[in-house]
Design a protein. Structure first.
Length: 237
């Protein structure tokens, strides 16, 4: 926005930025390494997902190929599991781990996993607040500088609430992703898709991916705290 010259901003922004860059490096490194290691059964990511779905009675979830690098996701609205080409067609430990993780989200959805339901319910509000929050905060902050009274403060506070909603969404995402990864690890071994010796690569992949969600949550919380800091500091002045 308009606070980039504020040294305090960098105290809040740089730690989560560095954590995020480190997490992305770990994910790409783990995927590049284990995408070259084939599974002992010669099974693709699509076959891993279909096997887990069938074993859990989810015959109405479609497994589709989608474009993009690590663009894998589960869409609860259409009940479709979309896997990137390297995962969908790939016969590798990395592909198996990613496919099993995304299938874990389908299982969460079918079983009414509460954090996933809450996150899904928040999606429209977060999409709306992601652009309205900064606008409200900017308008309110400028009003506090140029207009007497508390109206500007409350407008900016409304923007801060929207920042808080985004932070809440990022925090709620953590148990959703951690649970999906734990399910994936159990299912890959329980369904005898991979053996224990192959789980080292899966663990490296999924643990690195989990760190990216931690970094996103830290970034969202630190952003909210920064704007709260400058808003309350301005009000005291």
């Amino acid at each position: 926005m308009f606070f980039y010259w504020d040294p305090i901003f960098f105290l809040f922004a740089i730690p989560p930025l560095l954590l995020g860059l480190y997490a992305q490096m770990k994910v790409k490194g783990a995927f590049n390494k284990y995408s070259k290691v084939p599974t002992s059964r010669g099974i693709t990511g699509a076959q891993v997902a279909q096997s887990i779905l069938r074993a859990n009675g989810l015959f109405d979830v479609a497994v589709e190929e989608t474009q993009g690098m690590l663009s894998d996701h589960y869409d609860p609205r259409s009940r479709r599991l979309r896997l990137s080409p390297d995962v969908y067609r790939g016969n590798s430990i990395a592909a198996a781990g990613v496919a099993a993780h995304e299938t874990g989200h389908a299982l969460q959805h079918s079983q009414g996993y509460a954090p996933l339901q809450l996150r899904s319910a928040l999606v429209p509000a977060v999409q709306f607040s992601s652009w309205l929050g900064p606008i409200l905060f900017l308008i309110g902050f400028l009003m506090m500088r140029w207009i007497e009274g508390d109206f500007g403060f409350y407008v900016a506070l409304g923007g801060l609430v929207f920042f808080g909603l985004a932070a809440l969404f990022a925090v709620i995402t953590l148990p959703v992703e951690f649970d999906a990864s734990n399910r994936a690890k159990r299912l890959l071994v329980g369904e005898m898709i991979l053996d224990q010796s192959e789980m080292t690569g899966v663990n490296a992949m999924l643990n690195a991916a989990a760190l990216t969600y931690v970094a996103a949550a830290v970034q969202a919380v630190m952003q909210m705290l920064y704007y709260a800091f400058i808003l309350l500091g301005r009000r005291r002045n």
